[in-house]
Design a protein around this ligand. Sequence first.
Ligand SMILES: [Zn+2]
Length: 98
Amino acid sequence: MPTYGVKPTRIEKSKQNCYISDYQFIPSQKGRQLVMWRQYTYAQDHNKRRYYCSKQKMGCKARLKLGIDGSIESVGGIHAHPPPVYVKTPSGNMVRVS
Ligand SMILES: [Zn+2]
């Protein structure tokens, strides 16, 4: 069951200014840019720094916000589905296989 009403969790940045940036941009099949973070993919909202789970249409409320510096500023929600499976092609592209 999807989990609703979960408040966004602000990620604390470390004292060393080591920003969380363990995500990558991948092009979607529709030509839009997706953010992949911890196996899940997020599609850009009208607000350019906000990203919503690619499975939002399936009722998933998970989301992610990037800071001005490009680091992940906050994440919210819990995914109501397993992560999509991507494989990396020899040319370095990420392709969704499920
Ligand atoms: Zn999701």
